[in-house]
Design a protein around this ligand. Sequence first.
Ligand SMILES: Cc1cc2nc3c(=O)[nH]c(=O)nc-3n(C[C@H](O)[C@H](O)[C@H](O)COP(=O)(O)OP(=O)(O)OC[C@H]3O[C@@H](n4cnc5c(N)ncnc54)[C@H](O)[C@@H]3O)c2cc1C
Length: 389
Amino acid sequence: MANPGHDIGIDFSLTDEQALLRDEVRRFAEERIRPGLDERDRRHEFPAAILRQMGELGLLGMMVGEEYGGAGLDAVSYVVVVEEIARVCPSVAVTMSVTNSVCCWPIDHFAGAELKREVLPQLTSGGSLGGFGLTEPGAGSDAGSLRTTARRDGDEWILNGEKAWITNAGVGDFFVVFARTREAPGHRGLSAFVVPASAPGFSVGEPEEKLGLRASNTAPLILEDCRVPASNLLGQEGGGFRIALATLDHSRLGIAAQSVGIHQRALELAREYARERVQFGRPIAEHQSIRFKLAEMATELAAARLLTHRAAALSSRSEAAVGKWAAEAKLWASEAANRACAQALQIHGGNGFHVDYEISRLYRDVRVTTIYEGTSEMQRLVIARHLLA
Ligand SMILES: Cc1cc2nc3c(=O)[nH]c(=O)nc-3n(C[C@H](O)[C@H](O)[C@H](O)COP(=O)(O)OP(=O)(O)OC[C@H]3O[C@@H](n4cnc5c(N)ncnc54)[C@H](O)[C@@H]3O)c2cc1C
């Protein structure tokens, strides 16, 4: 990068098609996802029927080409859709974004033609959900230290190990799983595989009881002599770490967009409440300190959305720099959304602490955005690495 901080200038306006898609998805989210939302959250209930319908609408393979049943859309359309879904239900947003970004994307970019033909149409049609198995109990930020192994046996690979915190475990049908295929230090010797949930030796552990995102499924994956065909290897043997990094570079756009959607809703709720709640004889919105909070939330939201759209718009232009742009977007958008939810809850006073108020759920749901797909600390490391390269 010749001049750090001076990236390519772009036009941030949505095309007519993107704006139409945004409006349609906003309507879908309000009419189809919002009803029953609190109940599903309380009961930790996964909304399978809603996800099936989203698949039929083309929202689960958004960037996959039409030859594999995908919608063939661009990354800006994708972030616009994730934002609209997350504004209503961050749990549904992560379920769809994981299927799109960390499952379909690496399969689309690194699988052989036959594997693509077999797996992608199932994911893009809404019949199946996908996931990504990188994290292990002993390997989180330091993913290169993972211990799951894969051993070649004739025409198959045999995988052994345990993956932790896997979104869509228990509801997903295909997982992109990372394993060590040879003894080599750190990230060298890692390979990526497509593992169907129907593979012999594949099972799912007890679902995690989470602070937020309770209508999404998260559980360990257990691989005990789990056999997959040799052709389920993605890319080259030993090239898994590169695939993991490239995938996360792109997928972080989805978490940035999820954060923007949550932030947007937090601002709407705070503004509404501030106008209605009367204290000291006037709506609290007339107190300067409340107005300043709203102004800060709105300004930080605008910056988050611009960074996210910029990273999405540029993602097809430079593989080398997308990691930095997506990390900047994810870092800022997730941290800003956490600040916004805290401020919005503060504006709600005691009511914000009550489960009947939507902001209390958003406050829980937003917390993970600075953690998964790389913590904020890891995003800073990625950005610094690009700056100093
Ligand atoms: C709801 C949820 C869903 C998830 N879904 C998936 C999924 O689908 N697939 C998957 O593979 N994983 C998934 N994860 C795992 C997630 O990606 C990890 O939790 C995340 O990468 C952090 O790893 P860790 O939890 O082991 O934390 P650790 O790596 O143990 O980090 C603990 C703390 O130390 C900090 N830290 C660590 N190393 C450094 C360093 N070098 N410098 C500075 N600070 C450092 C971290 O930033 C963090 O604050 C999910 C997690 C959650 C909570």
